[in-house]
Design a protein. Structure first.
Ligand SMILES: Cc1cc2nc3c(=O)[nH]c(=O)nc-3n(C[C@H](O)[C@H](O)[C@H](O)COP(=O)(O)OP(=O)(O)OC[C@H]3O[C@@H](n4cnc5c(N)ncnc54)[C@H](O)[C@@H]3O)c2cc1C
Length: 822
């Protein structure tokens, strides 16, 4: 028997088994329990080592803002706001939720553009926003110093809540539908058998569970490691001050955000609370968080917080004229990219993660609980969640040195400018290509993806190798244009070593891959197949190439950022089958030689025949290059004749040097990832995670040509067959913005005849078109067809301004795809 306390939780006694076990009774764990029971999954047990909310939740400021950096994060936050509004009526537990609104201010033109772009994105998520002048800003916030401001955005329905009361309401709702909530019992370790979770070991014995959800806040990394699951997050110190009561402070003030000053300010019972996102944060307890750290606080540190407090005083002078009741410092879990983790751990089946909330856990809790509960109940997420998916994490990110450096940067970036193409400054040089030094010496300016240093652009003679950020054409604009021009007219050389690469071998390799790939990979040796891996709904889980390298051997190549996820997908498909998968990512360098002169250049270095007959498009051969054996695969992401050369690590530099040496006679230019992005956008090639995700099918994405419907079976076939019979009501469309001065990035609203019909999934400048290009899905019940596009007027909204756009189902560059077969 268990003993119940006032909130209906239990203080002792744990069940022997449960269907879903949640570790952690903060707002996230309680929201997951609440939503699981709402979905009808009622055999749910939540285990909390202390008391509910005792981790980070109890001391949160309780801001519930709706507008986030991307569309999917905004959808989750807006769901939370709606839920918190209704929770009290449902559970009878007061939550303290109210909607005083919020005001974000900008003190310079670039910040103003960021805010305006955000306001445009808000339209795609149904978040009401109002651009207000400074008089109105002062009217809403009389203590605001507007002297140096250029504009302000008001979001009338932004909220504030009591984190503790809201958590208790969620727990109450969960318990009313059957969830058990056990307090005062710690989970000591997780239990897994043969890559599957089987339960947990607690201080009071073992609990068997089919599914375990880690909602353990700053403790999650340590706990997950007990079964080899990687959750790279780290506790950081996080500060706010609370003033003495200030008579001039009106009740119900909107939350004030001054991102340029790293500060937010809210009213609380006639006092002001000001919180900070300082540029360099303090990592706390790298080696792990003690189990008994309940309702804990950390020491004040005025030396650290003083400079940002001064900026807060500049924006709200009253903060400097009153007494302070409290400088609060408490730990919160931050992640390397500032976005939380949700979803199934790639390493162990049945283990889910919801952790690392980067100081937005209260406002994200409703949405995170909703989508995670659906994910567990349905075994797939209810929407594209690639941005928050735990399968974007990499093992190296779990290392102490990496976390120490990166996390102190990532906290500050939450309020920093979200510049397009912004690069991290910390924890760099984790993974280097064998030609790293060579390209660095040649002027490469690097960006980081999956820990790899990748050349984004090559500085021209005398140009400083730094980014000068803006929302317009940045300082690499000309340099990248030169690179694109070379690829379109001569030849470009890309270091693509960061590609994730897997060798798949064994007696069942053909069978397994035929089941996973939507395209046929049971092809003759030496064929390179572009394919998607689909889920049962036909949604695209992965977008990659599979080359048959032997009777029972395949080489799988995918984007660097998708490495963990795609490997996990493949491993699951191979379980219990006679297949070995080897991660060859760090054994093999990849160089892309792309452009109409690629053949003439490569033929100077190899004895192999390279003409169309001897080496057709979408084939792969072992050839000699400068005396070294490499695998050459004739594919392109740039939309030109070209080869990807896969060179063994130890010979990579020699091969690269030989290409560089032969290059000048052929107009060779080193080229980077910004150029690649332009080129692929011109050629209409999709980018997984942006233009194609697990909620988009190949038919919707215009990739039906890569689906082998004649195969008797592959995952997703039935769904795709059904969809094939229906009008194409949702379709990826390409756009050209008819204003040569504006750039597109992503999530801009698309309007048809003045009405909102979609949003861009990615955007990039095209040097061929002299305009920005974008992609985005459109929906139309009778089908998104050329004819429908022809009779429509399209606009794309950029920073609240509507700009005419041209739509096309085919790529703007080489729509007939003739150049890749030159
Ligand atoms: C100063 C500050 C201000 C903030 N302001 C805001 C705000 O205004 N808006 C906002 O949205 N967010 C805010 N946050 C962030 C927010 O508080 C967190 O993101 C959120 O509380 C995280 O909730 P959680 O459930 O993930 O973690 P926690 O609340 O820490 O819950 C995790 C729980 O797991 C338990 N646990 C861990 N390990 C075990 C184990 N082995 N066995 C059993 N139990 C275990 C812990 O005891 C803990 O109770 C703020 C944070 C700070 C520090």
């Amino acid at each position: 028997m268990t003993e119940q306390n006032a909130e209906g939780t239990t203080r002792s006694g744990v069940p022997d088994r449960t269907e879903v076990l949640i570790v952690g009774g903060g707002i996230i764990g309680c929201s997951v329990a609440y939503h699981l029971t709402r979905r009808g999954v009622t055999d749910v047990t939540l285990i909390e080592q202390g008391r509910l909310t005792c981790g980070t939740t109890w001391h949160a400021a309780g801001l519930v803002s709706q507008l986030k950096a991307t569309h999917s994060l905004t959808r989750l936050a807006t769901y939370s706001a709606r839920l918190f509004e209704e929770l009290e009526d449902e559970t009878g537990q007061a939550t303290g939720y109210r909607t005083p609104g919020s005001i974000s201010v900008a003190a310079d033109g670039e910040r103003w553009e960021e805010i305006l772009r955000g306001a445009s994105m808000a339209r795609t998520c149904d978040v009401e926003t109002e651009i207000i002048d400074l008089d109105r800003a002062r009217e809403l916030w009389p203590l605001l110093n507007t002297d140096d401001l250029v504009g302000a955005l008001y979001i009338p329905r932004d909220g504030q809540t009591s984190p503790v009361d809201t958590t208790i309401a969620l727990a109450k709702g969960a318990r009313a539908r059957g969830a058990r909530i056990v307090e005062g019992v710690a989970v000591e370790k997780l239990l897994a058998e043969r890559d599957r979770i089987v339960g947990v070991e607690t201080e009071q014995g073992r609990i068997e569970a089919e599914t375990v959800v880690l909602c353990s806040g700053i403790w999650t990394r340590q706990l997950a490691a007990t079964i080899g699951v990687n959750v790279p997050l780290q506790a950081c110190e996080h500060f706010y001050v609370v003033t003495e009561p200030i008579p001039e402070v009106e009740r119900g003030l909107p939350t004030l955000r001054d991102p340029g000053g790293y500060t937010y300010v809210k009213e609380e019972t006639g006092k002001l609370m000001a919180g900070f996102f300082e540029p360099r944060a303090k990592v706390w307890n790298l080696s792990g968080v003690p189990r008994d750290f309940a309702f804990g606080t950390l020491p004040e540190d005025w030396d650290h917080i003083g400079p940002v407090f001064e900026r807060a005083v500049h924006r709200v002078p009253a903060l400097g004229q009153c007494g302070l009741q409290l400088l609060f410092n408490g730990p919160e879990a931050f992640t390397p990219d500032g976005v939380y983790y949700l979803g199934p751990a790639p390493e162990v089946d049945g283990c889910f993660v919801a952790a690392g909330f980067n100081s937005v856990g209260i406002q994200s809790a409703g949405g995170a609980g909703w989508v995670l509960a659906d994910w567990i109940a349905d075994r797939h997420p209810p929407m594209d969640l690639s941005a928050v998916d735990i399968r974007r994490a990499f093992t190296f990110q779990g290392e102490d040195d990496y976390l120490q450096e990166r996390i102190s940067e990532s906290l500050g970036l939450l309020y920093a400018m979200h510049w397009p193409f912004r690069q991290y400054e910390s924890a760099r040089n984790c993974r280097l290509s064998p030609v790293h030094d060579r390209i660095r010496d040649a002027g490469a300016v690097f960006g980081e993806v999956a820990g790899w240093e990748r050349p984004n652009w090559f500085a021209r003679d005398g140009q400083e190798r730094v980014y000068e950020y803006s929302y317009g054409k940045q300082n690499w604009f000309e340099a990248s244009g030169v690179e694109c021009h070379a690829v379109r007219n001569a030849v470009g050389l890309f270091d693509k070593t960061s590609f994730a690469k897997f060798r798949v071998e064994g007696a069942d390799a053909v069978d397994v891959l035929e089941g996973v790939c939507a395209n046929t990979v049971d092809v003759e040796e030496g064929k390179a197949v572009y394919t998607q891996w689909c889920n049962d709904r036909g949604g695209i889980e992965a977008d990659l190439t599979v080359t048959r390298t032997g009777e029972q051997e395949f080489f799988v190549v995918t984007a660097a950022a998708s490495g963990t996820r795609d490997l996990a997908w493949l491993r699951r498909a191979c379980r219990e089958r006679r297949v070995t998968i080897t991660d060859a990512t760090e054994e093999t360098a990849v160089f892309g030689l792309m452009g109409p002169s690629s053949r003439s250049l490569l033929s100077r270095l190899t004895r192999a025949e390279l003409d169309n007959e001897a080496f057709p498009f979408a084939t792969s051969q072992r050839i000699d290059v400068a005396g070294h054996e490499v695998r050459a695969t004739r594919l392109t992401y740039e939309g030109e004749l070209g080869w990807e050369l896969y060179a063994p690590w130890e010979h990579a530099l020699a091969v690269f040097d030989a290409i560089l040496e032969a290059g000048p006679n052929h107009g060779l230019q080193l080229a980077g990832y910004h150029a690649m992005n332009t080129l692929r956008m011109e050629a209409g090639y999709r980018d997984w995670g942006h233009d194609i995700t697990d909620e988009d099918t190949p038919l919707e994405a215009g990739l039906g040509f890569a689906v082998a419907f004649d195969k008797p079976s592959f995952r997703g076939r039935e769904a795709l067959l059904r969809q094939r019979e229906l009008p194409r009501t949702k379709r990826l469309v390409q756009f050209r913005l008819e204003d040569a001065d504006r750039l597109l990035y992503h999530d801009e609203p698309i309007l048809r005849d003045g009405a909102l019909v979609g949003r861009t999934s990615s955007g990039m400048w095209s040097y061929v078109e002299g305009r920005a290009l974008a992609m985005g899905y459109l929906q139309h019940p009778e089908g998104v067809t050329e004819e429908w596009l022809d009779v429509s007027d399209f606009e794309i909204e950029v920073a609240t301004e509507r700009i005419s756009a041209t739509a096309s189902l085919r790529s703007f560059y080489d729509p007939a795809k003739e150049r890749i077969r030159l």
